[in-house]
Design a protein around this ligand. Structure first.
Ligand code: GAL
Length: 349
């Protein structure tokens, strides 16, 4: 009987202590899809960086209406802040308005709202609320495209230059490029494509865009679309992400006829993201390089913003790898080259 009493008092005390401890703040975190390799890595980092908060995760299966419904429900149920990886980046303004009406801070991740959405110029109460409570954190796509071109330049220079090398298969002095593009209208797809091509030209190459395939960031789509082309004419593959590069590799591996490296039997391939499988392919020289899309840096910037908005911590500041323009943060990542020529850094012409 005495023992029972002691257990009862212990439980009562525990209960009292628990009810006195401050309630953890709650975050609702939304992704456009559940099967995107890079987004899964970003969300893994967020789980770690936001472990002091009660986090709920929602996956929209590429359906903006479904994501809107989830966001509205979570805001109405009392979420303290929301982090949104939009399905459609044009949907941001409606979400910002909903967040404003309930005074719930909102951080957009990876899929960038239009410039005006987080920087309204009206000077009214709404504009000043948005400036204090809504932010974007993502990659730095124009840098990533340029870094892809720099990797190609380092690779060709390692072999003595592109023109009239064995990589200039048709000997015309121009690089015939196959571009694997991510989702149409996605800022990372558009900017990586443009900046990689213009950087190659800046470096003195003549470039001919032989193929451009929209593959929605997906490995299986890239494998399917590249399996119908003539591989002979291609001299360089630039992919907006690693998954699509791996999709093309899946096809090449199924038709290869020699034991020579992929860049030698076919052409060099360069991705973006630095996913685990992407980095592995670079290590084994199946891809000659990739550019890190830094999930850890983006997650830590978003977590810092959350602590600032909910608990009065400092705002993240611009550092060497993190650019800040108004309420938009861009993290730079880095070029990862295949080990055999990684020490080779030719000077830009
Ligand atoms: C990009 C990333 C892609 C894909 C996309 C989703 O930044 O490189 O692999 O995850 O975001 O929005």
């Amino acid at each position: 009987m005495k023992a029972n009493k002691a257990v009862f008092s212990f439980l009562l005390l525990g209960g009292l202590l628990l009810s006195c401890s401050p309630k953890r703040k709650s975050l609702s975190i939304f992704a456009y899809a559940q099967d995107d390799t890079y987004i899964l890595s970003l969300f893994d980092s967020l789980r770690g960086d936001l472990k002091d908060y009660d986090c709920s995760f929602f996956y929209a299966d590429r359906d903006q209406n479904a994501q809107n419904r989830d966001i509205i429900r979570q805001i109405e149920n009392g979420a303290d802040a929301v982090l949104v990886n939009l399905v459609d980046r044009l949907a941001a303004s409606a979400i910002v308005e909903k967040a404003y009406l309930s005074d719930v801070p909102c951080i957009f991740l990876n899929r960038k709202p239009l410039e005006g959405d987080l920087d309204p110029q009206d000077g009214d109460e709404y504009a000043s609320w948005v400036k204090q409570n809504c932010f974007y954190v993502g990659s730095y796509p124009s840098y990533e495209g340029e870094a892809q071109a720099d990797i190609a330049h380092a690779f060709f220079s390692y072999f003595g230059g592109f023109a009239s090398s064995r990589f200039d298969k048709n000997g015309d002095g121009a690089i015939q490029v196959c571009m694997l593009k991510g989702e149409q209208g996605h800022q990372d797809a558009e900017e990586r494509t443009l900046s990689s091509l213009s950087r190659l030209e800046e470096l003195g190459y003549r470039v001919e865009l032989l193929y451009s395939f929209s593959c929605d960031w997906e490995r299986s789509v890239a494998e399917e679309k590249t399996s119908s082309i003539s591989l002979d004419g291609v001299e360089l593959v630039l992919s907006n992400n690693d998954d699509m590069a791996l999709g093309m590799l899946d096809h090449l591996k199924s038709v290869r006829q020699t034991g020579r490296p992929i860049y030698d039997e076919f052409f060099p391939i360069i991705g973006v993201d630095g996913t685990a499988e992407g980095e592995q392919a670079v290590k084994s020289s199946e891809m000659i390089g990739t550019v890190k899309n830094d999930n850890a840096a983006q997650s830590s910037c978003a977590a810092k913003l959350i602590r600032h908005l909910l608990d009065g911590g400092d705002m993240p500041i611009e550092t060497e790898g993190l650019l800040k323009q108004g309420n938009y943060y861009y993290s730079e990542g880095e070029a990862i080259k295949s080990p055999f020529f990684s020490a080779f850094l030719p000077l830009a012409k």
